[in-house]
Design a protein around this ligand. Structure first.
Ligand code: NDP
Length: 447
C-alpha cells in the first residue's frame, strides 16, 4: 500500500478503524543526514556550513514497532535550532548519539543507522500502536514532544529531564519528525489542538515546552506576577513563547531583538518594552578576548529606563556573546536561566557581580512530559499561540534550516510532510475564528 492511501484517509477524516486497516508501506520519505558525510564541512567556518548540502530527503525503510511505541503519520513538522546543529554536524555529528542509544537494548539497536532521520517536532495521526500502549489509538490526532525517556530507569521518575539517559527525539534518537512517518514512544504523544492547522500544531511542542519550563515551572525560574523578565531573541523560536508566558503570568517582559520589524511584532503581541540591540549598537565584547563592562552598564541603564527596574529573571540562550551582560544586569537575588549557547558555549562573566549580589545561574533543558503536556494544554485552550511565520515542504528542509541558521525569520518555520497543502486539520473552526488574529500574528508580519 502506498503512503498516498494514508494521506488521503487522513485528509478525508477517515475513522480510526479505517486508519488502522491501511496496510503500512515498507518505506517512507524522510529528511536525513548521512554518516559518510559527517566530515563534509571539515575546515569550513561555522557560518559557512550549509544545511542545504547536508540534508537529503530519501526513502527510509520503516523500522519495526516496539511494544511501547506508535507510528505517527506526520502531517507537518517544524525546524528547530537542533535541526541546524545536526545538519552542520556541530558541536558533534549526531551519529555517536545513535550508536550509544543503539547499545542499550535490542529495540534501541534500530536507531544505530548510517543515516539519521532528523526533526524534533510533529503533528499528525497515530497509525499503529504497540501492544503495551494504553492511552492512544489509530486515528488519534496528536502532537509529539521530544523528551525521549526510558521509563525503566529509576532516575527518570522524579523529573524525567534528570534521567541518566534522557534524550531529545530526532536529535539523539533516529526516526524523527521531518518525515512522512515518525517512530515515537507513546509517552511523547499529546492531543492536537483542535483549532489549529497541522503546521500550526507542529511548530509548538519543542520551543513552547522549553519556555514553559524556563519561565513557569518550579524546575525553571517559576516567575511570579509583577516580575520583570529580560528575554533575549524575543521574537525567535523560544523567545516568543517566553514573552507569552511572562505576559500571561502577570510579569513584564523586556524583549531584545535586532530589527524595528521585530520590535513592531512584539509590540503587537503586547510586549511594551523592546530593545533593538542592533540600533543600540551594543558591543559587549571589545575584542575577541575582552568584554566591556561599560557596555553592560549602558545595556542595564536602558532596561531600567524602560521597565523601571533590573530584571528578576534573564531568559538566556545566545551564550558567549551575551552571558556577561546577562549576569551583570540581573537584579540582586535574581536568576539567569539558560538553555543554550548559540554564539559559543565557553562562557565568561564577572563572578563578583554574581556572588556579591546573590544571583543564580540555572541550567534548563527541554521539559518533562507533565510540563510539555501543560504547555500543549495551554495551546489547546487558546492561551498560548503558535508563532508560525513561514511554511516549507519536506523537500525544502535544508533551505528552511539554512534560514534558521542565518537568523532570517521570526518565530517558527513549519514543514509540510504528508499534508498536501497548508490550512488543513482544523476541527474547531469556531474557536479558530475567535483567535485568528493571535494565531496568525507571525505569519502576517512575515508578509
Ligand atoms: P531562533 O534562531 O529561532 O531564535 C534565536 C534568537 O536569538 C534570534 O532570533 C536572535 O534574535 C537571537 N540571537 C541570535 N544570536 C544572538 C546574539 N549573538 N546575541 C543576541 N541575540 C542573539 O532559535 P531558538 O529560539 O529556537 O533557539 C535558541 C537557542 O536555544 C538555540 O541554540 C537552540 O538550540 C536552543 N534551544 C535549546 C533548547 C533546550 O531544550 N535546551 C530548546 C530550544 C532551543 P535577534 O537577532 O532578533 O536579537
Amino acid at each position: 500500500m502506498s503512503i498516498e492511501a494514508i494521506r488521503t484517509a487522513i485528509v478525508e477524516g477517515a475513522p480510526g478503524e479505517e486508519i488502522a486497516s491501511i496496510e503500512l508501506p515498507p518505506s517512507f520519505r524522510g529528511a536525513i543526514v548521512r554518516a559518510d558525510e559527517a566530515d563534509m564541512f571539515e575546515g569550513v567556518a561555522s557560518e559557512e556550513k550549509d544545511p542545504r548540502k547536508a540534508v537529503h530527503v530519501e526513502d527510509v525503510a520503516l523500522p519495526e514497532l516496539a511494544p511501547d511505541e506508535a507510528y505517527v503519520a506526520v502531517m507537518a513538522s517544524a525546524i528547530n535550532f537542533n535541526t541546524v546543529w545536526t545538519s552542520i554536524f556541530e558541536p558533534l555529528p549526531t551519529f555517536n548519539f545513535l550508536k550509544r542509544l543503539g547499545r542499550e537494548s535490542e529495540w534501541a539497536a534500530r536507531h544505530d543507522q548510517p543515516f539519521h532521520v532528523i526533526g524534533s517536532d510533529a503533528a499528525g495521526v497515530v497509525l499503529r500502536v504497540g501492544s503495551a500502549v494504553r492511552s492512544w489509538n489509530p486515528g488519534d490526532a496528536v502532537t509529539v514532544h521530544c523528551n525521549y525517556v526510558d521509563d525503566q530507569d529509576p532516575s527518570s521518575h522524579d523529573d524525567s529531564m534528570l534521567a541518566m539517559n534522557q534524550r531529545i527525539w530526532g536529535f539523539e534518537s533516529n526516526y524523527g519528525g521531518l518525515a512522512e512517518i515518525a517512530l515515537v514512544k507513546a509517552n511523547q504523544l499529546m492531543p492536537k489542538p483542535a483549532h489549529l492547522t497541522w503546521e500550526e500544531s507542529a511548530c509548538n511542542a519543542l520551543c513552547n515546552s522549553t519556555s514553559y519550563r524556563m519561565i513557569v515551572s518550579p524546575n525553571g525560574s517559576q516567575m511570579t506576577q509583577g516580575q520583570t523578565v529580560l528575554v533575549w531573541g524575543a521574537s525567535g523560536g523560544i523567545g516568543a513563547y517566553a514573552c507569552q508566558y511572562v505576559l500571561n503570568g502577570g510579569g513584564t517582559p523586556v524583549g531584545v531583538v535586532s530589527s524595528p520589524e521585530r520590535a513592531a511584532l512584539l509590540h503587537e503581541m503586547g510586549v511594551e518594552h523592546v530593545i533593538d540591540r542592533k540600533a543600540e549598537g551594543y558591543r559587549f565584547w571589545a575584542d575577541e578576548h575582552t568584554q566591556d563592562p561599560a557596555e553592560w552598564r549602558r545595556f542595564g541603564k536602558k532596561i531600567r529606563e524602560l521597565a523601571g527596574t533590573d530584571p528578576d529573571i534573564v531568559f538566556e540562550h545566545p551564550g558567549r556573546q551575551t552571558m556577561g551582560a546577562s549576569v551583570f544586569v540581573a537584579k540582586r537575588g535574581g536568576m539567569v536561566i539558560t538553555c543554550a549557547a548559540t554564539s559559543g558555549f565557553t562562557i565568561e562573566y564577572d563572578n563578583r557581580y554574581l556572588w556579591m549580589n546573590l544571583k543564580t545561574i540555572k541550567g534548563c533543558h527541554f521539559a518533562n512530559y507533565r510540563e510539555a503536556w501543560e504547555a500543549n494544554r495551554l495551546v489547546g485552550e487558546g492561551k498560548i499561540h503558535p508563532t508560525l511565520s513561514k511554511v516549507f515542504t519536506l523537500d525544502e528542509t535544508g533551505q528552511a534550516a539554512y534560514e534558521v541558521h542565518h537568523n532570517m525569520g521570526e518565530g517558527k518555520f513549519g514543514v509540510l510532510c504528508l499534508a498536501p497543502q497548508e490550512g488543513l486539520g482544523v476541527t474547531d473552526a469556531e474557536r479558530r475564528e475567535e483567535l485568528l488574529p493571535e494565531i496568525t500574528l507571525f505569519r502576517r508580519h512575515a508578509g
